[in-house]
Design a protein around this ligand. Structure first.
Ligand code: AMP
Length: 214
């Protein structure tokens, strides 16, 4: 971990995760562990900005470890009064889209802990951008307690049935521990770009005629 901690100094890491506070302790434990490591690494946490659920747990752990936390929240959610009160920076955006864009721009890498609709939307937007070659940053899924295993099966099914290229499954790095997640980001080297489009079998040999395909 020593190298990882050195390598992450000065970086910003976005964490997407649940706003729910009703989930099992095993998920809070992973959130705390991840936050503590980010805080000790000298990296800045970028996240949804609230003090609730796994989001609040990650932020608390970063701050308790002496690290920096930046929240990005919408005007509406800020008015509800759930913004974390101890952040180094709180960015208030007009809407959810601007909020996601701000997080994407600031982050050098993305880690997803278990979550619901909001978390899934965030991770899939990032993966969609990465698949189009618009974003080249590391994207990690922390499969705590095998929470995401059914989703990973679905993605494999999508590749098997030609809804996506098998090579693009690797745009998402799947790990089981917070240490592995940070290690991946610290040592990340962007791979060659694999165009997203999946052509009909008969067209494969004509791929060179399609702009952007080899
Ligand atoms: P969910 O997984 O549905 O709980 O949504 C959590 C994710 O969506 C987080 O990573 C947040 O960035 C975003 N999000 C959802 N709800 C909120 C909220 N109340 N405040 C700020 N961000 C939220």
């Amino acid at each position: 971990m020593t190298d990882v901690i050195n390598d992450l100094q000065g970086k910003s890491i976005a964490v997407y995760c649940a706003s729910s506070s009703a989930v099992s302790e095993v998920y809070f434990e992973a959130a705390r562990k991840l936050g503590g490591l980010i805080g000790r690494s000298g990296a800045t946490l970028v996240y949804g900005g609230t003090n609730i659920g796994l989001m609040g747990e990650v932020a608390d752990a970063v701050i308790n470890a002496g690290g920096k936390a930046c929240g990005v929240i919408t005007v509406l959610l800020n008015q509800v009064g759930i913004a974390h009160p101890k952040l180094d920076e709180l960015i208030v955006t007009d809407g959810m889209r601007e909020r996601k864009a701000a997080m994407e721009q600031r982050a050098d890498g993305f880690i997803t802990l278990p979550g619901g609709y909001g978390t899934l939307e965030e991770i899939f937007e990032i993966l969609t951008l990465k698949q189009l070659g618009i974003l080249q940053k590391p994207v990690v899924l922390l499969n705590t307690n095998n929470y995401y295993s059914p989703l990973l099966e679905l993605l494999q099914n999508a590749a098997d049935q030609h809804f996506m290229k098998p090579a693009n499954l690797s745009l998402l790095k799947v790990v089981n521990t917070p240490e592995e997640a940070l290690d991946y980001i610290a040592n990340y080297v962007a791979g060659p770009y694999e165009p997203k489009w999946v052509l009909p079998r008969a067209s494969q040999s004509k791929a060179g005629e399609v702009p952007g395909l080899e």
